[in-house]
Design a protein around this ligand. Structure first.
Ligand SMILES: Nc1ncnc2c1ncn2[C@@H]1O[C@H](COP(=O)(O)OP(=O)(O)OP(=O)(O)O)[C@@H](O)[C@H]1O
Length: 319
């Protein structure tokens, strides 16, 4: 029996589809990221999984038991399936310890104490245990929120972009800490985000969602090298359409820059990035603009340049 299974979920709001025929199976301890642009149905999906939203069709099963939607259950939601989002609220007048202990109020005292100590350690919060939420940074507050959601050991943890209020450095630090803590636990985790980079910092197991539909599933290498659509391809890098060819695209790093022979263009912009200069090149024929990596940092704005590539690197991409 599959541990957590979602089959053929569909949901529309005022007859506009938000989620279409979505299925997923997870075993205990699996970790998956769902990447999709704003409005692609990520939150709708997680809310249905957590029993907080009513589906039109399909079902969610945990250990073979149906997750009931709010129409079928008096108190919506489950302790076993925890959803955390950006607006998670801490109790402002309770310390870190008290916030984490709150969900454990009705549990055995010794168990509650041992859970608290484990979570404080796993999330690196021991030295902040007495502090109030306002005495913590945004990242630390999110850690407390997540630790508190994990207090009663949910079997499935659903993370709905819980880091979007943090700055990039804080976010990367929290993702690194969290990834480590979550792997130590045995919960199954689904992380949804619009940011592929954030997703990859947590797991290499990806699902791409677009307009409510799963369009591709796989690890980052599979998706990067064999994207099925332009949308999936663009999550990894810009793509360049080859003139006079239908749906044939190249990534910026697959284009070779030469001083003669090939497709002629002019460098119209150059940006310094960590590993290479990123050039914008206006093609002579047709005037399309390509983005091309210049790892040797050789070309300047105004230079004439010829573009070449290996045919095996050409991606055939549908819309
Ligand atoms: N309660 C609602 N009533 C009407 N339409 C809704 C409701 N909730 C979501 N939608 C619509 O359903 C679609 C999917 O929304 P959802 O919030 O699931 O997407 P999302 O991928 O989580 O977006 P974001 O990344 O912006 O949070 C959107 O078009 C949204 O406008």
């Amino acid at each position: 029996m599959t541990f957590f299974s979602v089959s053929k979920l569909s949901k529309s709001y005022q007859s506009i589809p938000a989620l279409k025929d979505f299925s997923l199976q997870m075993e205990k301890g699996d970790f998956i990221s769902i990447v999709g642009e704003s409005g692609s149905g990520k939150s709708t999906l997680l809310r249905i999984m957590a029993g907080l939203e009513t589906e039109d069709e399909g079902e969610v099963l945990l250990n073979g038991e149906k997750i009931l939607n709010p129409k079928k259950k008096l108190v919506a939601g489950y302790d076993e399936v925890k959803l955390i989002h950006q607006d998670y609220h801490l109790y402002p007048n309770s310390s870190v310890e008290e916030n984490i202990l709150r969900p454990l109020l009705h549990y055995d005292k010794a168990y509650a104490k041992s859970r608290l100590e484990t979570l404080l350690r796993q999330f690196g919060l021991e030295e902040f245990r007495e502090r109030l939420p306002r005495q913590l940074s945004g990242g630390q507050q999110q850690k407390v929120a997540i630790a508190s959601a994990l207090a009663i050991e949910p079997e499935v943890l659903l993370l709905d972009e819980p880091f979007s209020s943090l700055d990039t450095i804080q976010k990367h630090q929290l993702i690194a800490d969290l990834g480590k803590s979550l792997k130590e636990m045995n919960s199954s985790v689904i992380f949804v985000t619009h940011d592929l980079d954030d997703a990859l910092r947590l797991t290499d197991n990806l699902i791409i969602l677009q307009k409510g539909k799963m369009i591709q599933k796989g690890n980052s290498r599979e998706l990067c090298e064999h994207p099925k659509t332009r949308y999936v391809a663009r999550l990894f890098s810009p793509i360049n359409l080859i003139p006079d060819r239908i749906n044939n695209y190249l990534r910026p790093n697959e284009v070779k820059l030469r001083t003669k022979g090939g497709l002629l263009g002019h460098v119209i912009d150059s940006r310094f990035l960590v590993h290479y200069n990123s050039l914008r090149i206006q093609l002579k024929n047709g005037g399309d603009i390509w983005e091309v990596d210049d790892p040797a940092r050789k070309y300047q704005v105004g230079d004439r340049v010829y573009l070449l590539w290996d045919e095996e690197k050409v991606m055939l991409l549908k819309k």
